[in-house]
Design a protein around this ligand. Structure first.
Ligand code: CA
Length: 230
């Protein structure tokens, strides 16, 4: 699957160069040119990686990173700092950035960091086909596509399992109903976003200790849903 990268940077030249090069490497690259719009995209769409410049208009990359972590967004963040901003590196790592790179940098160096971060994350995320994932009293076994609650098997339809797997793979990110329809149902199958709500309600009935006050599959008003596991 194509990895999606969000580049938050305000220097048009650098945006163009990076977009061009990263696309050639097979990544899908989106960009935002200030702090608030970067934050908005990172919280409303799902990305595999953020490249975040520290010096941005309106709010700094450090603010954006901190706010994302506070919102439970766990997407890996590669910070770009200027040479004079040594202190930013330390602060950046403290507030949840995964790595940093000092400007000016060699393109090969950036590509290596991006690749390393994506690899690290794919090891951290349970590969959906092997491994299992636990949240609260629930355990999902991806290999046998079985789900257990307090050790007892629960009945999930194939669609519910697919939806749950999508949530787990994108945990921490807000996913829209349209995105879920596309990923879980396919583009043409179901024109009604209400379908998503119905299936989410079923999943909550089966997996949430208190379905009326969900703690795992959260509603993000006006945007969609977000799965959190802590
Ligand atoms: Ca900048």
């Amino acid at each position: 699957m194509t990895k999606r990268i969000l580049l938050v940077e305000d220097e048009p030249g650098l945006v163009m160069t990076l977009k061009d090069r990263l696309s050639k490497e097979g990544y899908a690259v989106e960009s935002a040119n200030d702090g608030p719009s970067g934050y908005k995209r990172a919280t409303t769409e799902s990305f595999d990686l953020l490249i975040l410049d520290v010096m941005l208009p309106h709010s700094s990359g450090l603010d954006v990173c901190r706010d994302l972590r506070q919102a439970g967004i766990k997407v890996p963040v590669l910070m770009l700092t200027a040479k004079s901003q040594l202190v930013d590196k330390v602060v950046g790592l403290k507030i949840g950035a995964d790595d940093y790179l000092t400007k000016p940098f060699e393109m090969m160096e950036l590509l290596a960091r991006v690749e390393a971060l994506l690899r690290r994350v794919s090891q951290r995320t349970p590969a959906a086909k092997e491994g299992s994932f636990e949240f609260g009293p629930n355990r999902v076994d991806f290999r046998s596509t079985a789900v257990f609650r307090d050790g007892r098997p629960i009945d999930l339809s194939a669609r519910e399992f697919k939806l749950l797997r999508y949530f787990i793979e994108h945990r921490g990110a807000t996913v829209s109903r349209d995105e879920l329809l596309n990923a879980v149902w396919g583009y043409e199958a179901m024109p009604f976003t209400r379908t998503v709500d119905v299936h989410v309600a079923w999943l909550r009935q089966k997996l949430e200790p208190n379905p009326r006050h969900p703690q795992f599959i959260l509603t993000v008003h006006g945007l969609g849903y977000r799965f959190v596991d802590s």
